[in-house]
Design a protein around this ligand. Sequence first.
Ligand code: GDP
Length: 448
Amino acid sequence: PSKEYEVLRRRIYSNTKEFWYYVNSGLESLNKSMIGVERIHKIKNNVGEHFRSLLKDISGLAEVDNYSKWRQQESESLSILVQSRLEEIQNPPNWFTARQLVCKMEKLCGFGCQLHHIVYCFIVAYSTQRMLVLDYDKYWRYGDVWPNIFLPLGDTTTLLKNISVVEWPGNQNSQIVHLPPIDYIHPRPYFLPQMIPADLAPRLTVLHGDPIVWWIGQILKYMLRPQLSTIHILDDYANKLKFQKPIVGVHIRRTDKINTEASLHTLDEYMIHVEEYYKQKELSGNVSRKRIYLATDEQTLFDEAKRNYPEYEIIGSDDISKTASVKNRNSKEALIGIIVDIHFLSLSDHLVCTFSSQLCRVAYEIMNSLYPDASSRFTSLDDIYYFGGQEHRINEAVLPHKADGPGEIDLQVEDQIFVAGNHWNGYSKGKNLRTGLLGLYPTFKVTI
Ligand code: GDP
């Protein structure tokens, strides 16, 4: 190891102790009653500083451990491998005899949801070594404009004529198999998310903090290869909006989502995390300008952000936001708007959003195809990362836990936990498969 690595490692060790000394004595002083609000405020600030300093040093380890170049090369080499495999599947030597998987665009839902439907179809196509054919129908509102915006997914997106289509799963000899949506697939294959390709797993689990996100990011990378004209549109927007770093992507999903699939979060709730990002960043040098890229279907948020956060440069387009409102979503402009928003959110240094929104999950997945490992470049105000229709995320207990309060559950080392969610307060909720009990446990006691 380098000298810098060893020095930093020791610094983190001793400062973790310092952190504890401070928290412990701070809490002791709380005991001594009559403690003023000011003192509590001071303790909270100091705890924040300790925390940021530790986080800075831990991130710094990755810069001095001599592996940065390896991470970059490994992620590029894995990406080239996966992209060429997808290209091969989509371009069989003879597509009249090629085995096909038909993915009907039969889901009536938003862009993120439709993209995830295609990702699912791609995973099945990859795993069964069939060429994926998209069968557009009336529910696929982007069919007309898609070919103008993205490169075609192979030689053809037309179904072979005069060959009967067999329902999933078919067999080795069925030339064309129709795949139902993920919610209805039966029998259910083992290779759906959270699974990743077995032969890549040993490398991916070393490289990446959440390999499933990397894998999905790679499929999106293939699906969303832009036409030249799209690259121009995105470049024009980058100039017009003056997109530059550092920047935090903020996606605020409102309108039809609220109280149906998600709860409302105020702008301030998002901005607390943006502030935290910049406080952290300031430790490593001056931040000349704090910026956010704002994407939202609630147009009024642009004014609110400018009014309440004058120290921020607010980048984004309220014209795009107008096209995001429910009544305008079917237009070509709306599609361009979504693509622009997803593009800049994924290019941001950090994302603050609600993972209940498919649009933000898409941005995060693409972000993970742009960095060797962007698995900690997000703050979700609600759900943990998931893929709709996935198998449960399973975490393993690495420390024992004795239930100590209402709603808590016991853990033994090696217990398997079905994770329901993170409460973002140090506790997660999940079901212990050994005891069958559902409840809360400290998040740090399980693997991530
Ligand atoms: P979800 O409903 O948030 O889970 O995500 P979907 O992508 O499936 O559907 C949301 C739809 O709302 C998108 O297809 C867009 O039409 C629109 N939308 C929501 N938020 C935004 C945004 O920030 N920018 C743009 N351009 N459109 C948005």
